[in-house]
Design a binder for this molecule. Structure first.
Ligand SMILES: Nc1ncnc2c1ncn2[C@@H]1O[C@H](COP(=O)(O)OP(=O)(O)OP(=O)(O)O)[C@@H](O)[C@H]1O
Ligand SMILES: [Mg+2]
Length: 224
């Protein structure tokens, strides 16, 4: 369960170009939900996702994850929460081009205490995503849809309970985007993971269980 109370984010505080990226955000998200986050460019969607995923901290307000208050945690403790609970997927995949598929997926394991059979776990995930045959392929030889599957495998390798995806279909054509969304739906349904997807695509958003609309750093509508 995610609970945000009165969350604000100010960039460039005390400078002349101060930006109020988020203002007084109240939000509750039940574990196991699949929601879309929509809003115009610059409205604060990525800022919200970064705060949720403990990549950044709010300027004010409280953030509780499964009852634990996060806003006063040290950077190190916050990083531990991030590694334990969150998997990230972004629009441009953020893969290392001259690493193999396998090596890219294993990257987060270097930062976690998760002692698993790396190779076995990576191959099982790639298999689930239809990418097992490409395990030894270099990323530069892959299509956009294949790259996003690799990025999803990497997001899942530490077995997070929450997937945060920032325009994951933004760089893909409609059909490939639909296929990637189908993967998120499957993960959500079969593994009961919370999935939050920032998207500009109504068709994608409509397939989620609800939509959070943000305008100018404020939540203007919630439908779930
Ligand atoms: N690191 C930063 N420093 C200063 N301002 C920032 C920073 N990151 C974002 N902003 C500003 O905060 C506001 C919200 O940005 P954010 O990236 O969250 O928007 P967004 O809704 O994700 O937009 P887009 O759809 O274009 O990705 C914008 O005005 C942006 O310029
Ligand atoms: Mg953004």
């Amino acid at each position: 369960m995610i609970e945000l109370k009165n969350i604000s984010k100010v960039y460039n505080k005390s400078k002349s170009n101060e930006v109020n990226a988020l203002q007084n955000i109240d939000l509750k998200i039940e574990a196991g939900s699949m929601l879309a986050i929509m809003g115009p460019s610059g409205s604060g969607k990525s800022t919200l996702l970064n705060i949720l995923g403990c990549l950044d901290v709010a300027s004010a307000g409280t953030y509780k994850l499964n009852g634990q208050e996060l806003q006063s945690l040290s950077r190190g403790k916050l990083a531990a929460v991030r590694n334990q609970h969150f998997g990230f997927v972004v629009q441009d995949f953020a893969l290392i081009e001259d690493y193999t598929v396998m090596k890219n997926v294993e990257i987060p394991l270097h930062y976690s205490k998760n002692k698993v059979n790396k190779k076995e776990k990576t191959l099982a995930l790639l298999d689930m995503l239809g990418m097992k045959e490409k395990a030894s392929e270099y990323v530069y030889n892959l299509s956009g849809g294949q790259r996003q599957r690799v990025a999803i495998a990497r997001a899942l390798i530490n077995n997070p309970d929450i997937i945060l995806a920032d325009e994951p279909t933004g760089a893909l054509d409609q059909k490939t985007g639909e296929q990637v969304l189908a993967i998120f739906k499957k993960i959500h349904k079969e593994q009961n993971k919370t999935v939050l997807i920032v998207t500009h695509d109504e068709k994608i958003a409509k397939q989620c269980e609800g939509i959070i609309n943000i305008v100018d750093g404020k939540i203007v509508k919630k439908s779930y």
